[in-house]
Design a binder for this molecule. Structure first.
Ligand SMILES: [Zn+2]
Length: 277
């Protein structure tokens, strides 16, 4: 089975033209980009650990620190205590519920700026998929200044990986994270991007914006392959969702890594979304 990072495509052992089909689970292509210690202070690493995120891959970016592949943590995040419980569904369904979107029912607007048409189409598709679930949270496309703004960036591969997109978590005040950044570099989605694939990546990033963690945050190797990578110690609790299977659930839309397909909500994902929203 081919596997690749949802938000990063492994490039270290394959040519660019063969990326999508050549990243094997058992290859050594899943090696992580090492933390550049000089970029990230010990205090910041402790803050990241305190919030319950892995410190094994931390990258300094303009707005803060990118952790677990595609999650942007800001100084504002560091100032907030993590006291709310996690939501646990089976062994591979676990979502962060700290700082959920509040004031439900609520419509969240999303705008797309300075991106090729395929990204706008994919955003509309992702919105339609969420709205089809009849949640208390609705999404609506607007022409500009949305509550969540989808913007582009262009960044080639670095350290053997390429970031496909990134986002963050809701604010303490209960607002969704304000921005999704999508990589327009041809190495990210190719010269002719598949709209359904981009749709599923946007679904995933919107999931972060409204408070979902990676389903396999406790061990990214579940979806990414490679060595086990846990987020580290966390003292926050867990809410078990009755009636969900106890077996592994391989197709969550919030898995850290993709199998390269258009991965939308599975049954447990819908249960979790309905539980929270
Ligand atoms: Zn993610």
């Amino acid at each position: 089975m081919k596997r690749k990072f949802l938000l990063r495509i492994c490039l270290s052992v394959v040519a660019l033209s063969a990326v999508l089909s050549a990243c094997q689970k058992n290859s050594n292509s899943t090696q992580v980009t090492p933390v550049v210690k000089s970029e990230v202070s010990a205090e910041v690493l402790q803050n990241i650990k305190d919030l319950g995120f892995s410190t094994s891959e931390v990258h300094k970016v303009n707005d803060g620190y990118l952790v677990e592949g595609d999650i942007l943590l800001t100084e504002e995040n560091f100032a907030e205590a993590s006291t709310s419980p996690n939501l646990r569904i089976a062994e591979t369904e676990q979502y962060r519920t700290t700082n959920l979107v509040k004031s439900l029912p609520r419509t969240i607007t999303i705008s797309v700026s300075n991106l090729p048409t395929v990204y706008a189409t994919a955003t509309a598709n992702a919105v339609a998929r969420y709205n089809a679930l009849s949640l208390l949270i609705k999404f609506q496309i607007v022409s500009s200044s949305g509550n969540i703004q989808v913007v582009g960036f262009n960044q080639g591969p670095s350290g053997g990986y390429i970031t496909l997109g990134s986002s963050g978590f809701p604010t303490k005040q209960g607002n969704p994270y304000k921005q999704i950044q999508m990589n327009t570099n041809a190495a990210a989605y190719g010269s002719n991007p598949d709209v359904n694939y981009i749709t599923s990546v946007l679904q995933h990033e919107i999931g972060h914006c409204i408070g979902f963690r990676h389903t396999d945050y406790f061990d990214r190797s579940y979806s990414c392959g490679g060595a086990a990578s846990n987020e580290g110690a966390s003292n926050i609790g867990a809410i078990l969702i009755p009636g969900t299977p106890s077996t592994a659930d391989a197709n969550s839309w919030m898995l850290a890594c993709s199998n390269g397909t258009d991965r939308t909500f599975n049954t447990n994902d819908k249960i979790a979304l309905n539980y929270l929203y």
